[in-house]
Design a protein around this ligand. Structure first.
Ligand code: SAH
Length: 351
């Protein structure tokens, strides 16, 4: 049993069951033993691999999409080039590389990263040596300037609440402890009007912090201009239990070894669009594979391939397929863009 499991079990024994959201928050961000506090999660040696870690082409396409949107909006100067949950800093590094030759873009950009983990902040600083970068703890601290922002695999790690439709209406799923072990139990009934009705045993997941963060970003994009590109695995509207734990590239039990595995849930893009809609224009939901193809990833892949041979060429071809093919990340991962109402939609996104 990990130290954090012991802490959570004792806390529940003392004060009663906690919500799934409270449980996720402790596991991921506990200041001493949380997963993101203690681990280097990303890459072949980490627990999971993300699109920017698969190939530089991902960040290049996203960078050029942001730069094109910046030009479409009259090249505002200054503007904030932001990323939330930047991991090792690879995506921002590739965005900056790809946009180096976009006239005026780097001069106008103030790079700001939103990162909760001091450990990953250090890693981002190392990756982005040579660039002028600032960090803030949350999106409300971003400067009051036009905001061009990307979030890749950020919203999936925010804590979710789970509600289950039972004979008693909607009840919240809670994490309880028995004989020193964690398990789940149903909590008090919640007023049914909040979530409407659904067949018995339906599970609904709600991510209050995602909704709040999206509303903050959409408000900034709506008021100051800019765009927010959100990329994650999930779907338009979801039901069911999507909470999952991954350790060393394998799925593991989410209630065991707290703090040792990455906990995520699928992103509900309808909830994101609903939170953003009062303040910003929301694009259509677009498959990652479709977006990257429209942005020209195949042409880029071909030009990179011309300089490669042997294993490097094989790896490059595999990476292109992994990012775009519907049976790999191409369909599972979805993208959505927020822009000011009436602005041109970012290139590549459905409208
Ligand atoms: N975008 C990166 C990494 C995704 S992992 C990539 O594509 O490779 C999730 C990232 O979100 C990590 O950097 C993690 O530390 C950060 N994170 C998790 N919860 C956060 C929070 N509440 N606020 C800010 N950053 C958070």
């Amino acid at each position: 049993m990990t130290q954090l499991t012991d802490i959570i079990v004792k806390q529940i024994e003392r004060s009663g069951p906690i919500t799934v959201a409270e449980y996720m928050a402790q596991c991921l961000l506990h200041p001493e033993h949380g997963y993101y506090t203690t681990h280097q999660p990303l890459g072949a040696k980490g627990d999971f691999i993300t699109a920017p870690e698969i190939s530089q082409m991902f960040g290049e396409m996203i960078g050029l999409c942001l730069a094109q949107t910046w030009m479409d909006q009259g090249m505002p100067n200054p503007f904030t080039l932001a990323e939330i949950g930047p991991g090792r800093g690879t995506l921002m590094s590739d965005i900056l590389c790809a946009t180096k030759s976009v006239s005026g873009f780097h001069d106008a950009a103030h790079v700001v990263l939103v990162e909760a983990s001091p450990r990953l902040q250090q890693e981002q600083a190392d990756t982005l040596t040579g660039y002028n970068v600032d960090w803030v703890a949350d999106v409300t601290q971003l400067p009051a300037h036009p905001l061009f922002l990307v979030a890749n695999e950020f919203f999936d790690c925010l804590p979710i609440q789970q509600f289950i439709r039972t004979d008693n209406g909607w009840q919240e799923q809670m994490v309880a402890a028995e004989n020193g072990k964690l398990g789940v139990m149903l909590g008090a009934q919640k007023p049914i009007e909040i979530y409407g009705d659904a067949p018995l045993r339906t599970i609904l997941e709600i991510c209050p912090s995602a909704n709040a963060i999206v509303a903050d970003i959409a408000q900034m994009v709506g008021s100051y201009g800019g765009a927010a590109l959100i990329i994650d695995y999930g779907d338009w509207d979801l039901t069911g239990d999507t909470l999952q734990a991954v350790c060393n590239h394998q799925k593991v039990d989410a209630l065991e070894n707290c703090g040792a595995s990455d906990l995520t849930a699928h992103v509900n893009f309808k909830a994101i669009a609903t939170a953003a809609a009062p303040f910003a224009q929301v694009s259509g939901l677009t498959d990652q594979g479709v977006l990257l193809e429209r942005l020209g990833i195949t042409q880029r892949a071909q030009s990179l391939a011309a300089q490669l041979q042997g294993d490097a060429l094989e790896n490059h071809i595999t990476a292109h397929r992994r990012l775009t093919h519907p049976e790999e990340m191409g369909h599972l991962f979805k993208t959505i863009a927020l822009t000011p109402k009436g602005a041109i939609h970012p290139a590549g996104f459905d409208i």
